[in-house]
Ligand binder design. Structure first.
Ligand code: GRG
Length: 341
């Protein structure tokens, strides 16, 4: 049985907190946000049978807290804040990428336009900071956690900035790519396990281990996401397969190909990616997929994801904790590598 089944209880609780915050503090945004979180359909009627987000980040935060202090309760406002920021960033990212679908359904900007999508996203981001400041901890700790959220947000903006900028550059090597995903994706997962641990203990060694675990898991997660975008079936994932290729995103397999392909393949790849104003055609896509196959980009991408997953597990094991929450977080991290959504 998938370990995702074990976390349903956490997801339900996180969703209930988010829904309550929305209804109390931002009722104007609750319907569109409710659609995005997977509680409502596009006519704002309750639904139960749609694909929802995995709630990976908040669950990791709660588990980190529980593994250290035996209860997840103290981390709940932080887990809520993290999921709010995550969803805010996805709504805005879908606008930037002009993506039509997310979690198997039309994106918010497609249904309600850019203006309401931007405003709904911004509302979620604002609510996140309201949740952070409601954390039950000493004022010093709340300030320290607030500071982590501010720095994490800036890292996300940095990652998003370079991800968009890379669309118009051929000068994207592995180092630049890794720095970009460190911001775009790893920062929020790092923040999740970091603040989950920090609210639970003053033991800097434990906090640091959980923080590093989250960072490596985040790197593995994004590399795996790049992999799935090319080498997984859309019906399984709910994402549009090849959207990274079609949008000419410099995902890991492509940055690898840009530095590894030789001769004619190099030229063909450069010519296709130099034209950032047009979507990739199907014949160009056939060529790119052929080049990726020739240089074993699939294996390379899978191995790099595995490397960061192993690093994540190494940090986790360095805590020498052994309890249900700790073991679940470990199982969850390992299962992520084999995920199809
Ligand atoms: C926070 C100030 C501030 C700015 C945000 C828009 C933006 C800047 C960043 C976008 C970053 C982004 C879209 C990263 C992608 C991360 C990623 C791998 C998303 C998919 O995560 P899943 O699979 O999603 O956990 P679900 O659907 O399960 O919730």
């Amino acid at each position: 049985m998938s370990v995702y089944n074990n976390i349903n209880q956490f997801s339900t609780e996180i969703d209930a907190h988010i829904e309550k915050m929305l209804r109390e503090h931002a009722p104007f945004a609750a319907d569109i946000a409710g659609y995005f979180f997977g509680w409502l359909d596009q006519d704002f009627k309750p639904v139960t049978n749609v694909m929802k987000g995995k709630r990976l980040r908040p669950v990791m935060s709660l588990l980190a807290c529980e593994a250290i202090c035996g209860s997840y309760a103290k981390a709940m406002p932080l887990a809520v804040a993290i999921e709010l920021i995550h969803n805010y960033s996805l709504i805005h990212d879908d606008i930037a990428d002009r993506d039509d679908e997310r979690r198997g359904r039309p994106t918010v900007w497609r249904l309600w336009g850019d203006g309401l999508a931007i405003n709904t996203g911004s509302t979620l981001y604002t609510l996140a900071f309201q949740a952070v400041t409601s954390t039950d901890a000493t004022p010093q700790k709340v300030l320290a956690i607030h500071d982590i959220f501010v720095k994490t947000s800036l890292k996300l903006s940095y990652g998003q900035h370079w991800d968009i900028t890379f669309e118009r550059s051929l000068d994207v090597d592995q180092d630049r790519y890794l720095r970009m995903i460190d911001g775009k994706t790893a920062a929020l997962i790092e923040c999740a396990t970091w603040v989950g641990a920090l609210v639970a203990t003053d033991d800097a060694r434990l906090v640091d281990a959980y923080r590093s675990f989250g960072r490596h898991l985040g790197l593995a997660f994004q590399i795996q996401d790049d992999y799935l975008n090319i080498w997984i079936d859309t019906a399984e994932s709910g994402k549009t397969q090849y959207s990274d290729l079609r949008n000419k995103k410099k995902s890991l397999p492509i940055t690898y190909a840009l530095t590894r392909a030789q001769g004619g393949d190099q030229k063909r790849l450069a010519a296709i990616y130099a034209d950032a104003d047009h979507e990739m055609t199907s014949s160009e896509m056939t060529d790119v997929l052929g080049i990726l196959e020739k240089i074993d980009a699939k294996e390379y991408t899978g191995q790099l994801a595995a490397h960061h997953t192993q690093e994540a597990i190494r940090w986790l094991d360095s805590t020498e904790l052994d309890n249900d929450a700790h073991n679940l977080i470990r199982a969850l991290a390992q299962e992520l590598l084999g995920r199809t959504v």
